[in-house]
Ligand binder design. Sequence first.
Ligand SMILES: Cc1cc2nc3c(=O)[nH]c(=O)nc-3n(C[C@H](O)[C@H](O)[C@H](O)COP(=O)(O)OP(=O)(O)OC[C@H]3O[C@@H](n4cnc5c(N)ncnc54)[C@H](O)[C@@H]3O)c2cc1C
Length: 495
Amino acid sequence: MSGDYDAIVIGAGNAGLTAAATLQQAGARTLLVERHNVPGGCATSFRRGRYEFEVALHQLSGIGAQGQAFSLRGLFEGLGVADELDFVQEHDLYRAVVPGRYDVTLPAEWGAATDALEKAFPGNRARVERFFDLVRNVAFWQVAAMRGTPAEQVDPVLFRQALRPVEDVLDEHFTDTDLKSVLSLYWTYVGQPPSRMAFQDLATVLFAYFEFKPWHVRGGSQAMSTAILGAFLRAGGEVRFHTAVEAVLTRGGRVVGVRLDDGEEAGAADVVSNASLPVTYGMLEGTDLPGAVRTDLASRRLGVSGFVLHMGLDATPAELGFTTSTSFVNVDTDHERTYASTRSLEPARGICVSSYDVAPIGFAPAGATHVSLMTLQYADVWDGVPADAYARVKYDYAQTLLDLVEHITPGIRDAIEEVDVATPLTMARYLGHPGGAIYGYDQDVTDTWQFRDTERRSHVPGLHLVGSWSSMGGFQPTLEAGARVARRLLRARAA
Ligand SMILES: Cc1cc2nc3c(=O)[nH]c(=O)nc-3n(C[C@H](O)[C@H](O)[C@H](O)COP(=O)(O)OP(=O)(O)OC[C@H]3O[C@@H](n4cnc5c(N)ncnc54)[C@H](O)[C@@H]3O)c2cc1C
């Protein structure tokens, strides 16, 4: 077994794929092992009737507009897959609706969004401009600091503002509750409410979408996953689908390979894991779990998952009343209470609505629309549902998401042709992650890069960690993390 491969990658999620392709293209003989039968992890799609359904991608960041290409486009170019991908720009960040209180659309441009907010909440222009200035500054200096700019050269605004709760920064800028609610809606993309979310995270998300625009991909996220896998295979990589790694083997405290679920062993001096941290460390054989890992894992909380309705609708977006690709519909402006409800089965209080045919990605037939409704939820809610009640509870809960979307598309139920429902248990089953967590651990202030260096140090020589469990969750962060960790690994081998 020894020396079968230079590296073995566990899991073909975003980070596993870019890690494997980067390693193989640099000449490292790499085996990629994925327990599912398709590449992508969250970044996949599936078929129902005449529709293909996007599993996870709502808004891709990091692509950049014409003449302003950003890091993810560069990554795809480096992997040799940019020409295979057709990105579709969303022109708005989102439409935000609380029935009876506000209905405002934020264009994906700083000035136009300021105008829209001033129109919806008159008298706040100067405050919004000051807030957006801060967003730009904190986002910029955070990237500079993460890229190694010495602390003394970093603008102190980062140290003063980055780790403050979003809620505090908003309170300092605004008095209008509705305006604060509209500006903090991206809390759902991080999975922490404004009272617990670091301002640097909101700043980064807003900056990414305003500056480099939100995108979809024709063929969905599966097109990206398939393209990266293709680049890996063309470079000579080997992949096994329908195969789980069940043990990470060590000798003398160092990684020497893996054992697959058919009992076969494969050797490699480096193993890169895209599986969750609890699963990865739980698979270690031949060595005790390092104390530093125990301490780290004990201080973390399993992150949030989601409940999703994928729908094929027999009507056009215009007929249904969709004006934007992305909408947030909430029952009220109390995001803290909505976050608290993610641990219960009370009717959904907020949904993210993705309408994939406003800027079509090619998944619905002509004249029809593919829409997903998503609300965040922790998995333990579903652990308590008896197996014989699961289908009914799922159906009843799904109705509450439909009740919310009816506020922007009255009569949508009449247009449903296909529907598929995923709960946190579905995510756990397909991804193999505890709690079906979609962003890894809870991404609160204690999980920020200032306090954790999980990605850099697995504490087990030869074991490397990539993806949402060892750095930030989401598409752009995980795609970039895989390539970054692979480059670090290659540099260490060359030294
Ligand atoms: C419904 C939904 C909506 C989302 N919306 C957005 C969004 O709009 N924007 C955004 O940026 N992010 C979004 N996300 C989050 C984003 O998709 C994820 O954070 C990201 O894709 C995770 O990538 P990853 O590299 O960590 O790997 P994952 O996607 O978590 O994949 C891990 C892979 O490892 C495999 N694996 C695990 N254990 C083993 C083993 N023992 N052996 C072999 N293989 C194994 C799994 O099968 C899986 O394929 C969403 C996610 C979901 C589910």
